[in-house]
Design a binder for this molecule. Structure first.
Ligand SMILES: Nc1ncnc2c1ncn2[C@@H]1O[C@H](COP(=O)(O)OP(=O)(O)OP(=O)(O)O)[C@@H](O)[C@H]1O
Ligand SMILES: [Mg+2]
Length: 507
């Protein structure tokens, strides 16, 4: 066979030409320095802010700072595996995480990798951790209730599917407890729950998981954990990963999801750490200026989608820890202004045994009323205002002021209402049970029952109703409303039970 030199050299030239056009050298950079979960990369000329990076060895990261001759990036996962001089590839995409039903019942890290030792998660779908919130045309007003099973919340600060309701309070005031009860109460209600634990002790989160398991709530729940021992980067990305999981159920499954961020104070601290490490200038209270934008972008992703978009919803329950009740500090005020209301938990109430320790004076739900079942609206129309007035009156009474008869009556009613609204943990109530409890208090049926007996009376009343008059409960549950007839029937039933109670317990 005869070789044609020209042909061969032509072929080689062509190969070389093609090779040049295929290789994208600009997208490969080198790690200049690395530490504390952040890195400086040289050579990624075309990098975009927020672009996902892949380091040699498979660790992923994200572009944060675009400097003149280098790129500042955060590393998600084990940054000790990233060495100086290692190669970095820009992917041209935003970071995405696996999502889907396969995650149900699992505990995952901020990249949605399993950390519960229950094996790999077989999920085919992925979603971007950063995703634009739906626009106004794609939304509709909140209209279905997201029952928490807590009398005080459902009656006074009702939450609707698609709402963002902040849970705020000092340390150890029962913030997590409200979120957990809400998750437990979603059992059998077609709401997938995502609990995002940010910067918490691993042992605390293990307790949360055990609690959810014990109450059969892990089946509809996914726990995303970036514990205190994890890097700031992982703590920073965790709420976005959790939201991406929720969005899968809202957009792709046209269903309902609830996302709890416990808590965003620690998230803000993680972001502050990252920013300072990346030498971004500190702003107010040393938080970077864009923390407000960051949190609003996160919470705006909660939504009730329009019917054209499938009608799914994503409800957000962000949690914020305050210091000494300082709701006017920088991060708390930011989040209060972004959300649709807040449940403020007060330490003094908590210590006095009023649990959940909701301060009715400054707790509010701005949109949830729309979603509140009619029955609840009818029995608790002014409950929040009445209780707030009661608290003021109570302060007066403490000063030893002489009260007139009407005020004394209001005070007596208030004491009983406070007792009725107390609720043990992990004992969520159905709407019907809540309605009957509130009705008994607001209709004044309990005025002649000893204050210390009220709680016991209510427990007994509810059990008695379930046994002797279940049709009332069923009617409220099914119709979601009560008419005059039902209302007076209920009042009579409660009155009737009072006699039985006196007889049985001698009160
Ligand atoms: N309704 C309740 N009845 C009785 N105990 C409660 C109630 N709510 C919370 N607790 C208890 O109070 C303690 C603190 O509750 P929780 O952990 O929910 O508070 P927190 O505000 O989330 O605390 P942290 O600041 O540590 O996150 C827990 O031991 C919890 O069991
Ligand atoms: Mg907590």
């Amino acid at each position: 066979m005869k070789f044609d030199v020209n042909e061969i050299s032509g072929l080689i030239k062509e190969e070389v030409r093609r090779y040049k056009t295929q290789a994208d050298v600009a997208k490969v950079g080198t790690v200049l320095e690395v530490g504390d979960g952040i890195t400086r990369v040289y050579g990624l000329d075309n990098a975009m802010a927020g672009e996902m990076l892949e380091f040699d060895g498979g660790v992923v990261g994200e572009v944060f700072n675009l400097d003149e001759d280098s790129v500042g990036a955060v590393i998600y996962g084990d940054y000790t595996k990233v060495r100086e001089g290692a190669g970095v590839r820009g992917t041209g995409k935003v970071l995405s995480v696996p999502v889907g039903e396969a995650l149900l019942g699992r505990v995952v890290n901020a990249l949605c990798e399993p950390i519960d030792g229950k094996g790999v998660i077989q999920s085919e779908q992925t979603r971007f951790v950063e995703f634009a919130a739906p626009g106004i045309a794609e939304r509709q007003p909140v209209k279905e209730p997201l029952a928490t099973g807590l009398k005080s919340v459902d009656a006074m600060v009702p939450i609707g599917r698609g709402q963002r309701e902040l849970i705020i309070g000092d340390r150890k005031t029962g913030k997590t407890a409200i979120a957990l009860d809400t998750i437990i109460n979603q059992k059998g209600k077609d709401v997938v729950c995502i609990y995002v634990a940010i910067g918490q002790k691993e042992s605390t989160v293990a307790e949360v998981v055990a609690t959810l398991e014990a109450h059969g709530a892990m089946e509809h729940t996914i726990v995303v954990m970036a514990g205190a021992s994890e890097s700031s980067a992982m703590q920073f990305i965790a709420p976005y990963a959790g939201t991406a999981i929720g969005e899968y159920f809202m957009y792709d499954k046209k269903g309902h999801a609830l996302c709890v961020y416990d808590d965003l104070s620690k998230h803000a601290i993680a972001y502050r750490e990252l920013s300072l490490l990346l030498r971004r200038p500190p702003g107010r209270e040393a938080y970077p200026g864009d923390i407000f934008y960051l949190h609003s972008r996160l919470l705006e992703r909660a939504s009730k989608l329009s019917d054209e978009r499938g009608g799914g919803s994503l409800t957000s329950l962000p949690i914020i820890e305050t210091l000494e009740g300082q709701v006017s500090a920088y991060i708390p005020t930011n989040i209060i202004s972004i959300t649709d209301g807040q449940i403020y938990l007060q330490r003094s109430l908590f210590l006095a045994g009023v649990r959940p320790a909701i301060d009715v004076g400054i707790s509010v739900s701005r949109v949830g009323g729309n979603a509140q079942p009619k029955a609840m609206k009818k029995v608790a129309p002014k409950l929040r205002l009445d209780l707030a007035a009661f608290r003021e009156l109570q302060d007066f009474a403490r000063l030893g002021t002489e009260l007139d008869e009407a005020a004394q009556k209001q005070l007596d009613r208030g004491y009983r209402m406070v007792e009725i609204l107390k609720q043990k943990q992990f004992a969520p109530m159905s709407v019907a049970q809540e309605v009957i409890s509130i009705l008994a208090g607001s209709a004044g049926v309990l005025d002649d029952i000893d204050v210390h007996r009220v709680n016991h009376f209510m427990d007994e009343l509810v059990s008695w109703m379930e046994l002797e008059a279940p049709e009332y409960l069923e009617m409220i549950e099914q119709i979601g409303d009560i008419d005059e007839n039902l209302m007076s029937g209920l009042k009579d039933a409660v009155e009737a039970y009072k006699t039985i109670y006196r007889f049985s317990f001698g009160a």
